[in-house]
Design a protein around this ligand. Sequence first.
Ligand code: ADP
Ligand code: MG
Length: 156
Amino acid sequence: MKRLQFILENETATVAFGKRLAELVTTIPLDSLVVFLNGDLGAGKTTLTRGFVQGMGHLGNVKSPTYTLVEPYELESCRVFHFDLYRLADPEELEYMGIRDYFQPFCYSFIEWPEKGAGILPAEDLIIDLEYVEQQRRVTLMAKSVRGEQIINQLV
Ligand code: ADP
Ligand code: MG
């Protein structure tokens, strides 16, 4: 299956969904994953990433990398990179940041505002769209690779 859509009723559900993704990359297992996160401000992109990062074993805070562009998490068995490219003026800046080093085996990347990095970012495995539905959120997953499909197949 290539596409899946469901409702996340509240913030707790969004965090739990991020944690479920962490569980899946561990159990499938997937040695790397690139996730593009789409959605308006406040849609839940950072909340979902927080669930993933915590699910991978990070015990501390997960803050939005709005000003730093990327927040790395060095975990026991992997690295997670949380990007927020909202303030990126030029995709070339990512080159200067040495972004190629971020997309390696045992690295998982969650990227908010990926369109800002067009042409420099690697191809995504999964697109996750978050939309407001009254007080809740609708999430749509679209697989863009075999890895992405494996995740969706485990979620149905
Ligand atoms: P983004 O990174 O997309 O700008 P954030 O994750 O920073 O969004 O903020 C999302 C906001 O929406 C937070 O206030 C959070 O509590 C709330 N939220 C997250 N998931 C849900 C949900 N499923 N239903 C309702 N509110 C949610
Ligand atoms: Mg955010």
